[in-house]
Design a protein around this ligand. Structure first.
Ligand SMILES: NC(=O)c1ccc[n+]([C@@H]2O[C@H](COP(=O)([O-])OP(=O)(O)OC[C@H]3O[C@@H](n4cnc5c(N)ncnc54)[C@H](OP(=O)(O)O)[C@@H]3O)[C@@H](O)[C@H]2O)c1
Length: 308
């Protein structure tokens, strides 16, 4: 019967004042969260790549640090976690927020670009987690908050590598949830849909996708349709970086937050559609909603047989 109690119990507020470490705070969600955390009593370390630190206008204090951290650099990661360990006895809550997003079809990514996407959004967050877990286990408490995405539940054309990185993050976090549960350590995935922000301006293009957009080649129309489609979703979204940051703060303040925390209507709609709709209907439905998709590849493939 314990599991019924577990399902029905309400989450209670966090009972201790944690030491927080947040990655990717130079813009968007990370910066919005940093501003909220600056108003709390917590000991907070916000981080950004050295080259982006000047974008953070917050003033450091005794209990609020701003530090350089490129999540992809092993030396940076170890140095910072050791510094926090020495000064404050270790990290209690890690927010893996830093992320990048490639816009490219599968055929336009090379191995180096795939690795760059996966390293920032999956391999490095896992490396950060491995650095803080020994301290979590010793203290018998701690929280991992990984910023995922709706792209961690479904994939979109021209975003294969980004989707793969968020699916990987989701899978590993789910496994980690089971591994950590007996140890009193929480794992949560924040799943925002499109956010009204300028972050689409930070999108990465692979060498080949940069050449194809706006040109006349087999995949050009994919980009010419998908890029404005994604940007218009983002510019019209009611969800802001501040709203996502508030949700993360709520997770920080909750004793036993759930594994998955969707943010925004799309996140709920896609979650339920994916679960309730048969797959043979789900994928054609999504395809029919993609702008211009029925004409993609026209004139470039003999095998294309879409009825007009
Ligand atoms: N925007 C959306 O619609 C959306 C939707 C769902 C999920 N998300 C997720 O939310 C998270 C934050 O994204 P955002 O929307 O706030 O985008 P953003 O404004 O582009 O912020 C991304 C942050 O990650 C940092 N970063 C990138 N690579 C890094 C590295 N190697 N080391 C350290 N920091 C690095 C960036 O720093 P630099 O300034 O140095 O590049 C920036 O501070 C990401 O994980 C993203 O996948 C975003």
């Amino acid at each position: 019967m314990k599991w019924i109690y577990y399902l029905l119990r309400k989450s209670s507020p966090q009972k201790y004042k944690p030491v927080l470490l947040v990655t990717g705070c130079s813009s968007g969600i990370g910066l919005a969260l940093a501003k909220l955390l600056w108003k709390t009593q917590y000991r907070v370390v916000i981080t950004a790549r050295e080259s982006s630190l000047t974008k953070i206008k917050l003033k450091p204090r005794e209990d609020k640090w701003i530090r350089p951290l490129d999540v992809n650099l092993s030396e940076d990661r170890k140095k910072l976690v050791n510094e926090i360990q020495k000064k404050w006895g270790g990290v209690d809550i890690l927010v893996n927020n830093a992320g990048i997003s490639y816009r490219a079809v599968v055929e336009h990514m090379n191995e180096v670009e795939e690795l760059s996407q996966l390293r920032t959004n999956y391999l490095s967050p896992m490396a950060m987690i491995r650095l803080v877990l020994p301290g979590f286990r010793e203290r018998g408490r701690g929280k991992i908050i990984n910023v995922s995405s709706v792209s961690g539940m479904l994939a979109m054309p021209t975003m294969s590598s980004y989707s793969a990185s968020k699916h990987a993050l989701e899978g590993a976090s789910e496994a980690l949830w089971y591994e950590m549960k007996p140890l009193g350590i929480n794992v949560s995935l924040i799943q925002p849909g499109f956010i009204r922000s300028d972050s689409f301006k930070n999108v990465y293009y692979s060498k080949q996708s940069a050449e194809a957009e706006g040109a006349k080649e087999p995949y050009s129309e994919y980009y010419d349709n998908m890029s404005p489609f994604i940007e218009s979703f983002m510019s019209r979204s009611p969800i802001t970086a501040e709203k996502v940051a508030k949700t993360i703060l709520k997770v920080i303040r909750t004793e036993n937050p759930p594994l998955r925390v969707p943010v925004g209507l799309e996140a709920y709609v896609f979650y339920y559609l994916r679960r309730l709709m048969p797959r043979r209907l789900f994928h054609p439905l999504l395809f029919s909603l993609l702008p211009g998709a029925r004409h993609w590849g026209e004139g470039y493939s003999k095998a294309r047989r879409l009825k007009k």
